[in-house]
Design a protein around this ligand. Structure first.
Ligand code: WTA
Length: 636
């Protein structure tokens, strides 16, 4: 059988024989699971749950009585850390590597499961002695270092709720998260290395906590970079001094199935980013299944997901997922281009990485540097490639598949969201792959493509992507915003989760993602609402009105473009470039470097909808020279 064929004018890649023979789930088993799950999805997920350890099993698989506040495995008692760490200590995994960490400068640390377990227990004990317990919110403002993973697991172990804030976010954003969550404890580092620069973090925490931020009792500071930082005697503690004396055994808190595990903020179309809540039970069940079935984990794997621990990808596929699967997870602190464009390939070769899960923006960036960099290294240990966060265009897909996977590794383009917790629509290693398509929903997951009213559309037509059955790793809600949860995700009823994406199915039933249907940009795989960037502009005195749209960018996928009406005093200034520089700096200071504003155009008017909202779509259509597809617009 040839491995490449062109069917119906589409390029497809058939699974290689050795992949099919060795896969955890072969095509036959996959088809059986698919039809069994379609017939009885609750039984399917219950089977998946039985594969994990519980302190007490559930009374019921799903309680839909308060839908859309679905509750999975009610009555169950568990703790995700029991499955991610504790249970491994009694098996041969005890002395296996759990984490390989590499700093940007090339320094490295390795932890066996037992070593990681002991570190987590020490911090768990220390946190308990600081008065942190079940339900308390702990903000983690940390780079990609081992203590980040340790802190997440220690929180979970004692039933506290972690909320990571990306180390690229500003003091203002950090402060908003801390005050919204009324966090008692913040864990941070003195600084970290990124692209050859030493970036200080503790100073940002100090700025965030200035004034009347009275909820935070303790700030724990990890010494990552030997920086000389100001320590407030009453509030700040050094991480090493705190954990040094602690015992390396600690009881794992028994939590209920839907006790919150973490809160992670993500952008919605209105107002501030919302805190998406995930719990222990359903989240761990789907993660376990996805590592086993999609990523096909074997005892000898070394798994590298390049996501930051502060994004959902890092939570699910750097920390919890790989540890639940008992595999070795890799974490790299620094930039993919440091010191040069072969850093990722160097890491793959040195640790013998077998599974590489990354994002399109990184692949596009590395692709620009050409094939000589991957050719410098032996990438033959790789056996599976994955991507998430944005669509992979055909040329990028093929570059990754051929030059990194040497046409030997299935490339899985996985679709999911912060809210879904784990992969939802994805190929399996044994699937026939079509570059650009995210394939089919996982067994146990049902989707539809609909018009704005929820009517299903025929194959070939693009429509709104909805998930038509609840799934275990679904969000439990939005922190402090019950009504918004309902309006945002279930506008068409309790059996249609609204993903906010536009997609279509092709003639083979495979799903292709077109992009967001709402005003959320995808900048280098990070969700940022147009309104968030507009709000940042509006806090500058020069700005009277502003509209922000996403425009295409070769590397980042999308970047922001702003149309600004200046206040009269500023409109008369001659040096427009200076105004542009000032506004760009301002937005960067407000939001951090993630919100990339590429260009600013000064205008005298902005198009508005009938109710006076800024019609960003009109600007976008004129920018891209496209017609607006009125049928998919839901705003007035
Ligand atoms: C987009 C990231 C195309 C989509 C895990 C979704 C994708 C948003 C893909 C979620 C993909 C994610 N192809 N688009 N394979 N995966 N997206 O919450 O628009 O940061 O709604 O979660 O990213 O982004 P989030």
């Amino acid at each position: 059988m040839k491995d490449t064929e062109v069917i119906a004018e589409e390029l497809v890649f058939r699974p290689l024989p050795h992949v099919v023979i060795e896969a955890n789930v072969n095509p036959q088993e996959f088809a059986t699971a698919q039809s069994a799950a379609a017939a009885d999805y609750l039984a399917y997920w219950e089977d998946a749950a039985h594969e994990l350890e519980w302190f007490r099993k559930w009374d019921q698989v799903l309680d839909a009585s308060q839908a859309p506040a679905y509750r999975w495995f009610p009555g169950a008692q568990c703790n995700i850390v029991h499955n991610a760490l504790d249970r491994h200590i009694a098996t041969a995994n005890k002395n296996k590597l759990a984490l390989i960490w590499e700093g940007e400068a090339g320094d490295s640390k390795k932890f066996t499961y037992y070593e990681l377990y002991r570190e987590v227990n020490r911090l768990a004990n220390a946190m308990r002695s600081l008065g942190i317990g079940k339900g308390d919110r702990v903000v983690l403002y940390l780079p990609l270092i081992p203590q980040t993973m340790i802190a997440m697991l220690a929180c979970a172990k004692i039933g506290a709720i972690h909320c990571t804030v990306f180390a690229g976010f500003s003091a203002k954003i950090l402060r908003r998260r801390i005050t919204e969550l009324r966090a008692k404890l913040v864990i941070t580092a003195d600084g970290f290395y990124r692209n050859g620069h030493l970036i200080s973090l503790k100073t940002i925490v100090d700025e965030a906590l200035m004034g009347d931020c009275d909820c935070v009792e303790t700030v724990v500071v990890v010494n990552r970079a030997n920086l000389d930082v100001d320590m407030s005697e009453a509030r700040d503690m050094c991480y090493d001094a705190l954990v040094r004396q602690e015992h390396s055994e600690a009881a794992t808190e028994i939590v209920s199935a839907d006790d919150p595990l973490f809160i992670l903020h993500t952008s919605g179309t209105t107002g501030e980013p919302k805190g998406v809540i995930h719990g222990h039970a359903g989240y761990m069940v789907c993660l376990h299944r996805s590592l086993d079935w999609i990523f096909d984990i074997k005892p000898t794997d070394i798994f590298w997901c390049t996501g930051d621990a502060a994004w959902i990808t890092g939570h699910s596929y750097v920390v919890y997922g790989p540890l639940i699967a008992g595999t070795t997870t890799v974490m790299y602190e620094g930039h993919p281009l440091y010191p040069q464009a072969d850093r990722m390939w160097d890491i793959v070769a040195r640790y013998g990485i077998t599974i590489l899960y990354t994002v399109p923006t990184v692949i596009r960036m590395l692709m620009r540097y050409g094939t000589q960099y991957p050719r410098m290294h032996d990438l033959s240990t790789l056996r599976l490639l994955g991507s998430v966060g944005e669509s992979l265009s055909r040329d990028v897909w093929l570059w990754f598949y051929k030059n990194i996977g040497h046409s030997q590794c299935p490339l899985l383009d996985t679709w999911w969201q912060t809210e879904t917790g784990t992969c939802m629509i994805t190929p399996f290693p044994v699937s026939v792959l079509k570059p650009g398509a995210v394939h089919r929903p996982m067994p146990g997951v049902s989707i539809a493509l609909t018009d704005s009213q929820g009517k299903s559309l025929p194959a070939g037509e693009a429509g709104h992507l909805v998930i038509t059955r609840p799934w275990p790793s679904m969000l439990l809600g939005l922190y402090g915003k019950e009504e918004l949860y309902q309006h945002t995700y279930w506008p068409l009823g309790i059996d249609m989760y609204w993903a906010g994406d536009i997609a279509r199915r092709d003639e083979d039933g495979l799903v292709w993602i077109h992009g967001r249907s709402d005003d959320i940009m995808n900048i280098a795989g990070h969700r940022i609402a147009n309104q968030e960037v507009e709000n940042a502009f509006l806090t500058h005195k020069a700005v009277a009105e502003v509209a922000v749209i996403g425009v295409a960018d070769k590397i980042k996928g999308e970047v922001a473009k702003a149309f600004v009406i200046l206040q009269p005093d500023f409109a008369v200034l001659d040096d427009r470039n200076e105004v542009i520089r000032m506004l760009k700096n301002h937005v960067r200071k407000e939001l951090g470097p993630v919100a990339v504003v590429r260009s600013i155009e000064f205008v005298n008017t902005l198009p508005k909808t009938r109710s006076g909202k800024i019609a960003r779509r009109v600007l976008k259509a004129s920018e891209t020279g496209t017609d607006i597809d009125i049928s998919l617009i839901t705003e007035d």
